[in-house]
Design a protein around this ligand. Structure first.
Ligand SMILES: [Zn+2]
Length: 241
């Protein structure tokens, strides 16, 4: 059954986990993973930079920035944070390309998605984050929004938590609004039974969001926010296990 994150509880979890994050970075040691899984293997997180190669995703209205490039940049930064914190980061792609898949010749996108699904399932991760940038017909829409497979309670929890942190750290300040995480039918969310979310990090259809999304400092801030979400989610799972 889906358990809703209580605001007070999640705030406590944020404080506790942030203390761990700060301590880990201050000491330059992989303390987070050991705090989460004492003596066990490093928790694996699959990072899925959306699109790539012929599939560039959406395009920034002002700069022409390709979503696929921005996704990869944020994904790499997230991977660096995770590795610094003692996690093992597994990427579904590390360059600007699409994967092929045995037996699928007529649909490159489908082949690429199947390949990614295989990466996720063979990594047996503690969590999966697919990084994307959004686009909407109304240029006014701004902010970061999270999606999950509505049939999976763990993914729903992970999505709610991530959305809450994105609202607090990004959306309220920049977009003046909060979002709720939304259920979505997407292959990357349903191809495994591991907790998985899509983080749409902002709107390339909005010039103000776009200016942020192409800025390396903001990309790092986004990545760090997602990193916090992973740490807090896995900590909360550990405590409820
Ligand atoms: Zn996308």
């Amino acid at each position: 059954m889906h358990k809703k994150f209580n605001k007070v509880l999640s705030f406590r979890a944020v404080c506790a986990a942030l203390a761990v994050v700060i301590a880990a970075f201050a000491m330059g040691a992989p303390l987070i993973a050991s705090a989460i899984k004492d003596g066990a293997r490093s928790p694996v997180v699959v990072i899925d930079p959306g699109h790539g190669g012929a599939d560039s995703g959406v395009i920034g209205v002002r700069t022409g920035a390709k979503e696929s490039d921005l996704n990869l940049k944020v994904a790499r930064l997230l991977g660096e944070y995770l590795q610094s914190g003692g996690f093992k980061a597994v990427f579904t792609r590390t360059n600007d390309s699409m994967h092929s898949y045995p037996g699928i010749k007529d649909n490159k996108k489908r082949a690429d998605m199947f390949y990614r699904g295989d990466v996720i399932n063979s990594a047996r991760p503690a969590a999966v984050i697919s990084v994307h940038m959004n686009f909407y017909s109304s240029a006014a829409r701004r902010g970061a929004q999270v999606f999950f497979d509505p049939t999976d309670p763990n993914s729903h929890d992970f999505a709610d938590l991530t959305q809450e942190i994105l609202n607090r750290d990004i959306n309220v300040e920049l977009g003046g609004r909060e979002y709720s995480a939304l259920g979505a039918e997407k292959y990357i969310l349903s191809c495994s039974h591991y907790p998985a979310i899509i983080a749409e990090c902002g709107f390339l259809s909005n010039p103000l969001d776009e200016a942020k999304l192409v800025d390396p400092a903001f990309q790092a801030r986004l990545a760090y926010t997602l990193f916090q979400a992973v740490v807090i989610f896995l900590t909360s799972q550990e405590h409820s296990a």
